[in-house]
Structure formats: C-alpha cells, structure tokens
Design a protein around this ligand. Structure first.
Ligand SMILES: NC(=O)c1ccc[n+]([C@@H]2O[C@H](COP(=O)([O-])OP(=O)(O)OC[C@H]3O[C@@H](n4cnc5c(N)ncnc54)[C@H](O)[C@@H]3O)[C@@H](O)[C@H]2O)c1
Length: 384
C-alpha cells in the first residue's frame, strides 16, 4: 500500500496510509452544506475528508461545472472534473471514493468506478450515499459491481454512526429499562413537487418513504431488528407531486415488539423524531427534543429523569474511522450494501401494502408468523 505525506498540522498517522480521497457529486451532502450552522461540523463528504488526519481530499467531480468552481475556491489546487469521469479517476488515482451524486445516478457512477478499477485497482473503499439505488434491482446491480471491485463499502445510513443511536441500541439490548415494547419513528418533511425549487423537472427523486424513509427503515433495523410484517397507507395531496406525500404505517416483530412510523407529512420543515417505549421508561429523541421519562418510585405514572447519553462524537468522522478499519481488513461493514438492499426490500413491501389498501404484508425474512400476540380483530382468544 502506498504511503503519502501527512497534511500540515496533523500528527503522522501511525502506520496508516493517508488515503487519497475523491468526492463524486459536489452538491449538498458532497460539498455545499459544509458550514451550515444547524449541522455538525464537518457534515459533508469533502469536509470530513479534509478534517480527518488519515484521509487526503485530492479531487472532486460533478457534471455541473459551477459546482466544481465553488469546490476549487474552497480547496485551491485540488483536482476538479466535470466532463469525463474516467479521465478524472485516472488523474487522481483515488483509494477512497465518495458517491454523493443524485440517487438516480448512483448506478452510472458505480459502473464508471468498476471500469476504472478493472485497469488500476487503486480503490480500497467507497462511501455510497443512501438509498443504495432507486429500487432493489438497481441496488443488486450495484452490489455486484462493488463485490467485483473488492472495495470495502459503507452505505451512508449515518445514524448507525451516531453516539446516541449506538447507545439506544445498547439500552435496548441490555434491557436497562426493561424490554422495548414499541418504537414510534417519524421523519417530517415536504415532498418534491413538479416545477418547485431548482431541481430539474424530470428528476427521479423518489417519495419521502424512499428518499428519507431509507434512514427511518435502516434505523428500525439497527435498533429493533428485522420486521416480520408491515402495513402502510400512502397519501398524495396534489397531482404536481409524482410520489406519495406521506406514508404511515406499522411494523411487527417476531417477539411482539412493534414500530409505528410516519414519513413525509407535508411539512415546511425537516424533523426527525424517535420515541422508545420501554417497559419502565420512555425516551423521546429528536431534532431539538430530548426527554427521558421513568416510572415514578411508588407510583404508576412517569416522571422526568436526567438524560444519560454519553458525549456525542462527530458521526462523519466516526464513519471514516470505520472505513479505515474496514479497508485494513479489521472489521465488517457496519452499514453494508446488503443492509441497504434489505432496507429497499422493506420499503418495497411498505409501498406494496399501501397499494393493496393497507393490507398486512410479510417482509419475507420471517414468514412463519404473525406473532402469537397478533390476535384477530373481533374474537380475542387467550394465547395458547
Ligand atoms: N446521508 C444523508 O443524510 C444525506 C443527506 C442528503 C442527501 N443524501 C444523498 O446524497 C445524494 C446527493 O444528494 P444531495 O442532496 O447532495 O443532492 P444535490 O442535488 O444537492 O447534489 C447532487 C450533485 O450530483 C451531481 N450529479 C448528478 N448526476 C451526476 C453524474 N452523473 N456525475 C457527476 N455528478 C452528478 C449534480 O450536479 C449535483 O451537484 C443522494 O443520493 C441523496 O439521497 C444523503
């Protein structure tokens, strides 16, 4: 493996090469959101590579030349491309590539990376933005290309790298507040309507359940596990919106746990909210919202308790730490393409349930139940 000089003001990373990193797609998450005062810093692919001592940001590519100009202004002297991606890759010889282009272009970029890798084999790791593809078929093609490239891939379902969600997962597993009985999860946002914003009219963008719900479904899997059954309804308020504007529904798990979810909701803001209903406590966690409640001593109601979260670490730098370990063969991917495909399969089942008027739908992994706790609507029989 080649070794490169470390950046100024950074200690030389012990025995770790400085990974030559490029960003394909210099839009919001690739580049331009950096510095947003409401987000973590760094929060973009470019900003994270620039801030991490083991990674060296060496180039950026975007079909929109204006994006490249802004990028160059922020990172003078860096290699920028907008026309021929293969030439750009030949010039930059990256060991790490971020794929942060529009979701419908993920496959096209992966094909180009595969083409390049066939000749040069310099790519060790890929950060692939979510959703993996626009549907399961596309995602399976992407998976095949990634496998053939033999690169370590991390899908950017970033909540897996947040200190708090890792902590909640531990809380659920160690049953500190008893069993988790129910989780409510919401992502509130608007939907893309034809003719609105600066996006091109025919952009394949996906509805809220795909575009943002991918984070929601991924977090359900990370915290609670594989749902056995889903049921959902979708609504669309205007013909100008080509997808649903809201998707709401439920998921059921083998051990009787349940999740209720809402994605979209025709909001003029973005808000993420999670509510964990444990046997003995309730945690409300969201953007600008954090309340922990526990059962009163000697009473039957809930009262506030101190929030017990550990100090948060930057998830995007954590993600890079993980990528580095993976590229050195020291860990499996915490957010693999396979996990991302499973998320898309569950989203498909959610849409399929909505198409059939909210019918209960098995998600394929646990076909042997509805769980015994799932009783009929009218005759509630004692459990055997
Ligand atoms: N992980 C997260 O929290 C998060 C947040 C936002 C977006 N995303 C994902 O990141 C991706 C980009 O989203 P965004 O909000 O930054 O979009 P954006 O529209 O702001 O940026 C996308 C950029 O990709 C460029 N592009 C499109 N096709 C290209 C191609 N074939 N080759 C090179 N460049 C191309 C566009 O010119 C644009 O600059 C999407 O997949 C989205 O789902 C993830």
């Amino acid at each position: 493996m080649r070794r490169y000089l470390c950046k100024k003001n950074c200690k030389l990373a012990l025995d770790i090469p400085l990974y030559r990193s490029v960003v394909i797609g210099l839009g919001r998450i690739g580049f331009s959101l950096e510095g947003d005062k409401f987000r973590a810093s760094p929060c973009t692919h470019s900003g994270s590579f620039a801030a991490h001592p083991d990674f060296d940001l060496v180039g950026g590519f975007d079909t929109d030349p204006e994006a490249g100009t802004d990028f160059l202004e922020k990172y003078p002297g860096i290699c920028v491309g907008s026309e021929n991606i293969l030439e750009f890759l030949e010039k930059t010889r990256p060991s790490v590539v971020s794929v942060s282009v529009t979701s419908s272009a993920h496959l096209e970029i992966l094909k180009a990376l595969w083409e390049y890798q066939k000749k040069h084999q310099t790519i060790l790791g890929i950060l692939l933005e979510k959703p993996v593809g626009m549907d399961v078929k596309e995602a399976l093609e992407i998976q095949k290309l990634c496998e053939e490239m033999k690169a370590f891939v991390v899908v950017c379902h970033d909540r897996r790298f947040y200190t708090e969600f890792q902590y909640y997962r531990d809380l659920i597993q160690n049953k500190k507040f008893g069993q988790l009985r129910h989780m409510r999860i919401e992502i509130n946002c608007g939907s893309y309507a034809e003719g609105s914003g600066r996006r091109t009219p025919n952009l394949k963008f996906g509805g809220p359940m795909l575009h943002d719900g991918t984070h929601l479904v991924d977090l359900v899997q990370f915290l609670v596990g594989e749902p056995g059954w889903v049921q959902a309804m979708c609504t669309r308020s205007s013909k100008m919106i080509h997808t649903e504007d809201t998707c709401l529904g439920n998921m059921y798990f083998e051990d009787g746990r349940s999740v209720s979810f809402l994605c979209g909701g025709r909001r003029k803001y973005f808000h993420f909210a999670l509510e964990l209903g444990f046997e003995k406590a309730r945690i409300l966690h969201g953007n600008s919202q954090l309340i922990w409640l526990k059962r009163q001593k000697g009473g039957y109601f809930l009262e506030e308790m101190p929030v017990g979260l550990p100090e948060a670490k930057n998830p995007y730098l954590q993600r890079l730490n993980h990528l580095a370990l993976g590229m050195q063969g020291k860990t499996e991917s915490m957010a693999s393409v396979q996990d991302g495909i499973r998320t898309l399969e569950i989203i498909d089942d959610i849409y399929e349930s909505a198409r059939s008027g909210g019918a209960m739908r098995a998600t394929g992994k646990n076909p042997a139940y509805p769980p015994k706790a799932m009783v009929g609507r009218i005759h509630i029989k004692p459990l055997e």
